[in-house]
Design a protein around this ligand. Structure first.
Ligand SMILES: [Zn+2]
Ligand SMILES: [Zn+2]
Length: 240
């Protein structure tokens, strides 16, 4: 029955590659040609923060980047599906700013895939909160759209209420240090009961310096979260 329904659905709404429009096998999939243009993050990568290493680097089964090896990353795990470059940017930015929601299924799908080998247990999926001023302007929080199918996958609560964010000016092209200072103190936990003792997965479209994830992690831990993970569609990869 499910199969029949799916083929009927495919007949009415054929599955197409959201980038080029070619027919594909399933909704939310890229065609082979478009898939090969992305810089997907695979192994070897930092076991903790997911920072991609050069392909020929052999550091064992749970390698750490210098940043995580020195204990600077307090999250349990961070993962991103692909590297932020001209290809991923052409999906991420229209999705974020121009209501190009046709990319949502693809982005959520690859984010779920990049978490698969961690076998995480997740109680709460938390999209990175936007300040109300921004939600009013944009009409939606792009992280919430990405988080919905992810919460469903983990059979977890999608929590858009427990943490709020103050409005601050855009960070633009600032240094990592400036980004951290700018984001410090912007989040506050409004309902600790929803956070205390919970394993929380933070969701965002892009990880730039990690400052947003680190700051959210700080307030979630303070509110008693028992584990904090983060996942983004793409991440900026600086040389380290
Ligand atoms: Zn395509
Ligand atoms: Zn790392």
């Amino acid at each position: 029955m499910v199969k029949l329904f799916k083929s009927l659905l495919n007949f009415i709404y054929p599955a197409v590659c959201p980038v080029c429009g070619d027919l594909v096998d399933a909704h939310g999939s890229l065609c082979g040609k478009c898939w090969s243009r992305f810089n997907w993050i695979s192994n070897p990568k930092c076991f903790k923060c997911g920072y991609p290493f050069p392909a020929d680097l052999d550091l064992g089964s749970t390698p750490l980047c210098p940043h995580c090896a020195s204990g600077e990353c307090d999250l349990d795990f961070i993962r991103s599906a692909c590297v932020y470059d001209d290809v991923s940017k052409n999906i991420m930015l229209p999705f974020k700013h121009a209501s190009q929601l046709k990319y949502q299924a693809l982005m959520s799908k690859v984010m779920i895939n990049c978490l698969r080998d961690l076998n995480l247990e997740v109680d709460v999926v938390l999209p990175v909160p936007l300040a109300y001023k921004r939600i009013f302007k944009r009409g939606y929080n792009q992280a919430t759209l990405l988080a919905k199918p992810i919460a469903k996958h983990f059979n977890a609560v999608l929590d858009v209420d427990s943490v709020s964010r103050k409005y601050r000016q855009d960070m633009g092209h600032k240094s990592t240090k400036q980004r951290r200072e700018n984001v410090r103190g912007v989040f506050s936990v409004k309902n600790k009961d929803n956070i205390r003792g919970k394993k929380i997965l933070i969701v965002d479209d892009v990880m730039t310096s990690g400052a947003t994830f680190y700051e959210l992690n700080r307030v979630l831990r303070k509110a008693g979260a028992s584990a904090v993970y983060a996942v983004s569609f793409c991440r900026v990869v600086h040389a380290i």
